[in-house]
Design a protein. Structure first.
Length: 384
């Protein structure tokens, strides 16, 4: 042994490089760095230390429904849903995943193939989240295959992905396929009060959530599924066993501490924004949306989906929705490919075709740092 430098500190990576006035501003991904400011302010309340001897076993809870779920993580998730009121948890099975991306695949596995053994069709109304087609098809599975826009589907049976609020356009969605044999997966990555008024405790068959967009801890790679049917939940657990032999315990413990800090911020400490994640994020998002709407209105060449508002049972007042992405359309003569046009203006976005629609619209992340967002606003304002 030896030879290495034992005095060198291990420091975490910093993520994307900061933007400078000359650099390209990259708002292609929904990298939720907006939340760093909040977590800077919570100090030790959201910090965990894991000694070298801990979390070594593969197993978490052999007596629970799912052997790789950390009970503390499940407990804080259920507590959070009860606090926010966005999903029913009683009577639901709980499955953890490496991001909701893994759970999405586990759900496809659990619901496939079709009854006659042929690949199950997977659909979602356009514009749909760009990962749905790529993640569904990348292994060319014989169990399921992507069939595109749910509104154009005319087969017998399918899995419909219902993303609400919708990535990319922020729309509030219900399933569109009306078939008795059809199945749904509700992707609730953004069904949190900073993005949308909470109107009901949802109670669908499979509901997917992620810490990535709830608290901003995308790097923790942790999501969860609430599943009504025990057999479907068991198949999802089986997928996790085959795919990654469970889910990082370290991540679950960290997420449990983070979610505990969120719940404590509402239930224990005095009501101040420094402790209230959803209020912090709602205010930040609302500020950004009003800046963006003013800039777009002044530009004369861009447009956005209309603002929507509604009564939020969590905030107990009427609130305006603040979607996580701006779905920006361009009406300037001669601009066919908006993604390419914005790239020439040093703004990286994701173009409509990746979401199953035309090239004159792009998706722009609203969740990045203040610097990146302000740079984006400045550049949009200067395009004539
Ligand atoms: N669903 C939607 C709609 C998303 O936007 C994202 C992240 N961009 C995910 C799922 C996946 O999130 P993660 O794997 O980080 O949990």
């Amino acid at each position: 042994f030896g030879g290495g430098r034992s005095d060198r500190e291990i420091v975490p990576s910093k993520g994307k490089p900061p933007v400078t006035p000359e650099s390209v501003v990259n708002l292609d991904h929904g990298d939720p760095t907006l939340y760093e400011e909040f977590w800077h302010g919570t100090g030790d309340r959201a910090t965990i230390v894991i000694p070298g001897w801990q979390t070594m076993s593969y197993f978490s809870d052999l007596r629970g429904f799912c052997w790789f779920v950390e009970p503390g993580f499940e407990r804080e998730v259920r507590r959070l849903h009860r606090l926010v009121g966005n999903a029913v948890v009683d009577g639901y099975y709980f499955v953890a995943g490496t991001g909701s991306t893994q759970l999405f695949q586990a759900a496809l596995y659990a619901l496939s193939p079709a009854a006659d053994g042929t690949p199950m069709s997977v659909v979602s109304p356009a514009p749909y989240y760009s990962s749905y087609p790529s993640v569904t098809n990348f292994l060319s599975s014989a169990l399921y295959r992507w069939e595109g826009d749910a509104n154009k589907f005319n087969g017998d049976t399918c899995i419909e992905l219902v993303c609400s609020p919708n990535n990319p356009d922020g729309g509030i969605r219900k399933a569109v396929i009306k078939s008795n044999s059809g199945k749904t997966i509700h992707d609730f990555a953004y069904n949190w009060p900073q993005y949308t008024p909470i109107t009901e405790a949802a109670s669908h068959d499979i509901m997917l959530f992620t810490v990535s967009k709830c608290t901003g801890h995308a790097g923790t790679r942790l999501g969860w599924a609430l599943v009504k049917d025990v057999e479907v939940a068991q198949k999802m657990v089986k997928f996790m066993e085959l795919n990654t032999i469970g889910v990082s315990k370290d991540s679950q413990l960290r997420a449990a501490k983070i979610l505990k800090a969120v719940c404590d911020g509402y239930e224990l400490s005095p009501a101040k924004e420094a402790n209230r994640l959803f209020h912090f994020a709602q205010r930040k998002m609302a500020e950004r949306w009003s800046k963006l709407r003013a800039t777009v209105a002044a530009s004369g060449i861009f447009s956005l989906p209309d603002e929507v508002s509604g009564y939020c049972t969590f905030a107990k007042e009427i609130v305006t929705a603040n979607p996580p992405f701006a779905w920006l359309r361009c009406h300037k003569d001669g601009v066919q490919d908006l993604e390419a046009f914005l790239r020439e203006n040093k703004i990286v976005t994701r173009g409509g075709p990746k979401f199953g629609v035309d090239e004159k619209v792009v998706r722009v992340s609203m969740l990045d740092t203040d610097d990146a967002f302000n740079m984006f606003i400045g550049r949009i304002a200067s395009i004539k």
